[in-house]
Design a protein around this ligand. Structure first.
Ligand code: PLP
Length: 420
């Protein structure tokens, strides 16, 4: 579901023509739809019915503070994976009690910051991390709530690079070790074990691997309770897919809710989920202008002013993004195969190969659809290209939520050594 459609032949974000935004702030520009963000939060929430669930928006998918604040206003918490993300979440209005801190390599400094901030929960990924958290918290005279992240040895997701739940992945600890750590944590001065967490991958459509993982989590809860340990929270992770393909199918959220209820509904635990992509992907588009069209080696190329530094998913994951001309093509327009590429000096800077496109000329505008998650968030200034502007739309209102980076901001803080 997304609120980007043609109105009178021109592609709009909600009620605002994208061409108007492009004319005002230039291209490339990431445009987010407030209504789409809200919609996805609400359908996610609705899928759980009356189950007690705390939705922690995974900030890494799109960390613009306007996006996080949109989630905060809906009552969401935040799933964070660095001190920077915790700071962003706080700045965007998410209370410490709504913030989960996860990640496989948290430094002592980050842990201390999280503990001092009194975040809701830290998800533990190793024995040493557990010990470090207890030590730091005890030093501060605090007791930190923790979940142990179980690696259920179940892989899932749209690409090998985004699978996180296999035993051979770097994430979490085995069920056996998780249960052992839980018992140890119970005896440590600086931590209180409250539950278990799992996150097996991203862009997951098939619910079967999730079901398997949640079943393993539920089994762990029963075994821990048999040992007399208190378990009252389960963090079910993120990973539900967004629909990128125009005809594509997404995960069945009602079925997801039913599955969760069946597997953990009877355990009397509070639940957390950490959707990122599902919330943000379809809430964003990247608007770009065609610089030039050219023929080479029998192929046709469309060179646009967005590049892999603005949207790396196609280069990194072979990801598919629908491409729409801002001026709607005539219904009878002939489609021809064309490679859509950016200006960066790498062949990997290719958005689409042999994509069937209507005729399109230099100077025209194009939208890469469903770029709201892992789009700007993964942007860089490679090739010394400034970070693109970000805009949020709500109804007929729109506002720049991050201006295009200036050259001064890009390299003005670099320092030439004295000897030069
Ligand atoms: C990346 C991540 C998420 C969000 O994943 P999505 O696929 O964007 O929903 C949630 N939890 C953890 C621990 C993550 O690392």
């Amino acid at each position: 579901m997304r609120f980007f459609d043609y109105l009178d032949g021109t592609l709009c974000a909600e009620a605002v023509p994208l061409a108007k935004i492009a004319a005002a702030v230039g291209t490339p520009v990431h445009v987010y739809s407030h209504a789409t963000l809200e919609h996805h939060f609400k359908v996610m929430k609705a899928a759980f019915g009356d189950l007690p669930v705390h939705i922690c928006y995974a900030v890494k998918a799109n960390s613009n503070r306007a996006v996080i604040a949109t989630m905060a206003a809906l009552g969401a918490g935040a799933d964070t994976v660095s001190e920077g993300e915790i700071r962003r979440a706080l700045h965007a209005g998410i209370a410490p009690q709504g913030i989960v801190f996860a990640g496989v390599g948290k430094t002592d400094q980050e842990l201390r910051f999280a503990i001092e901030t009194k975040v809701r929960q830290i998800n533990i990924e190793s024995m040493s991390e557990l010990e470090r958290i207890s030590t730091i918290a005890a030093e501060l005279g605090q007791v930190q709530d923790v979940c142990i992240r179980v690696n259920p040895d179940v892989g899932a997701g749209g690409h090998a690079k985004i699978t996180t739940g296999k035993a051979s992945n770097k994430f979490g600890v085995s069920q056996d070790l998780a249960e052992k750590l839980y018992g140890l944590a119970d005896q440590m001065p600086g931590v209180r074990p409250v539950g278990l967490s799992v996150h097996i991958g991203s862009q997951i459509i098939d619910l079967a691997p999730m079901e398997l993982a949640y079943q393993k989590l539920a089994d762990c809860v029963v075994r821990l309770r048999t040992r007399g340990l208190d378990v009252f929270r389960l963090d079910l992770g993120g990973g539900l897919a967004a629909t990128y393909d125009e005809n594509g199918i997404g995960p069945d959220l009602a079925a997801y809710g039913t599955m969760v209820r069946k597997l953990v509904g009877h355990l009397d635990v509070e639940l957390e989920i950490e959707p990122g992509r599902l919330i943000a992907a379809n809430a964003g588009v990247l608007v770009s202008r065609v610089i030039v069209t050219k023929e080479n080696g029998g192929k046709s190329f469309l060179v646009v002013d967005a590049a892999m530094n603005d949207l790396i998913r196609p280069a990194l994951y072979e990801a598919y993004h629908q491409l729409l001309p801002i001026q709607q093509a005539r219904p009878d327009a002939a489609l021809t195969p064309i490679d859509v590429v950016g200006p960066v000096c790498e062949t990997g800077d290719t958005f689409a190969e042999e994509r069937l496109m209507p005729p399109i000329q230099s100077g025209e505008l194009l939208a890469f659809m469903s770029t709201g998650a892992y789009g700007f968030a993964m942007a860089s200034t490679y090739n010394s290209r400034p970070l693109a502007a970000e805009v949020m739309v709500s109804g007929d209102r729109w506002q720049v939520v991050r201006p295009r980076q200036s050259y001064e901001d890009m390299f003005g803080t670099e320092i030439l050594p004295d000897w030069l």
